[in-house]
Design a protein. Sequence first.
Length: 140
Amino acid sequence: MQKKILNLLALFILIFSLSACIHKVDVEQGNVITQDMINQLHPGMTSDQVQFIMGHPVLVETFENNRADYVYTFQPNGGSITKKRITLLFNGGVLTSISGTLHPELSQTTVSTPLPTSNDAVDPNIHTDTNPPKTAPADQ
């Protein structure tokens, strides 16, 4: 009787220790959505340009083709779920609105210095570059 209890206890310990070693896979569903992709989007783009950047949307309106929904979920090793959702609205095949969990960011290259308000504020005789203007070679 005592041998049966020890065998059951050993079996229980073996099963318990093996259950801790079960590998849980990462679960990805939908379109992969990155901030770089969202930063490339801007109103005025055609639906073909948007689809080139984002891929084919997961959810498409059946009766109206003026909306595209991109959904992405990621669950690493059975942990917490990360969800991203982007909704793009079109009018006449042109992107008009971007909404969702990610938004386009302004980069340093898109920020420019303000232009002068009138043309007389710009003096064409002033050179702002560091190299002196090139002169034509003299005839010899």
